[in-house]
Design a protein around this ligand. Structure first.
Ligand SMILES: NC(=O)c1ccc[n+]([C@@H]2O[C@H](COP(=O)([O-])OP(=O)(O)OC[C@H]3O[C@@H](n4cnc5c(N)ncnc54)[C@H](OP(=O)(O)O)[C@@H]3O)[C@@H](O)[C@H]2O)c1
Length: 239
């Protein structure tokens, strides 16, 4: 029997990068999936691959910056009786100094990186079985230590850390684990965008791979229920 057989995982950002790799790794270990993203074609491709591993898959197109869209997605998920794993991987990034960055871009990152995972967790928590369920927040190394020119993104990820840390204290007593993952540079469309903004050549093979992050997450999610990993910081080996 596979480790996550008969378990349901809801994954945001499932259409790409770390979310996609985590969804596929969970499917290979027997989980059934609810995939959330904006890009229907990309979600369909992930669903087809997960189906080929034997997973049952449902997909929900939702823009996490749009309350009406999030509400529609939550209504569509509502009939599910149980959710065993909730993986928040969707995220958005912008770069710029405080002097040059707009409030609009700050608000947008707050909406996608903070408010949406907060709201989705709040809505789905009642469906998460005690002594079984697990929640994962994909954060960032800058959610631990900010750098210049990423203040808005880092602030959103610091807020996400606070939400995860607080929630962990609240629901660990019910046997629900909460993991924050702090990846460094990981090959993905978002990281390609970061390199373009930094005017640096993008060499994905020198970076961490989404599958590396997914493998660490699955390892952590499969720990015996006597232990919980709270934080996972991963950086590329090549410097
Ligand atoms: N790559 C890195 O180096 C790195 C490092 C540290 C942390 N992270 C974090 O890792 C997470 C995953 O990023 P990634 O590297 O895997 O990037 P990615 O491949 O570009 O994927 C980003 C995902 O977020 C989804 N998304 C973005 N905006 C959204 C919105 N408004 N509504 C719904 N979904 C939205 C995208 O969905 P669609 O494509 O369907 O729109 C996509 O599935 C993010 O939270 C990011 O902050 C990444």
């Amino acid at each position: 029997m596979k480790y996550f057989e008969n378990q349901i995982a809801v994954i945001t950002g499932a259409s790409s990068g770390i979310g996609r790799a985590t969804a596929l790794a969970l499917a290979q270990q027997g989980a059934n999936l609810c995939l959330i993203g904006r890009n229907q074609t990309a979600l369909d491709a992930v669903a087809d691959q997960a189906n080929s591993y034997g997973a049952q898959v449902s997909r929900y197109v939702a823009d996490l910056a749009d309350d009406a869209s999030v509400q529609t997605m939550l209504n569509a998920i509502a009939p599910l009786k149980q959710i065993h794993m909730l993986i928040h991987s969707a995220g958005t990034f912008s770069m710029g100094t405080l002097a040059a960055s707009s409030l609009t871009s700050l608000d947008y990152q707050y909406q996608v990186n903070v408010r949406a995972p907060y709201w989705i967790t709040q809505s789905l928590l009642p469906k998460m079985p005690t002594f079984e369920a697990q929640i994962v927040f994909i954060n960032s190394t800058v959610g631990l230590t900010a750098r210049g020119s990423v203040g808005q993104y880092a602030a959103s990820k610091h807020a996400l850390k606070a939400i995860a840390d607080s929630l962990r204290e609240e629901i660990n007593p019910q046997g629900i684990r909460v993991l924050s993952v702090y990846p460094g540079r990981t090959a993905s469309p978002m990281q390609a965008q970061v390199h373009a903004l930094e005017d640096k050549p993008y060499v994905p093979e020198n970076l961490m791979q989404p599958e590396d992050v997914a493998a660490s997450i699955l390892h952590t999610l499969s720990l015996p229920k006597t232990a919980t990993v709270t934080d996972l910081r991963l950086i590329p080996l090549k410097k």
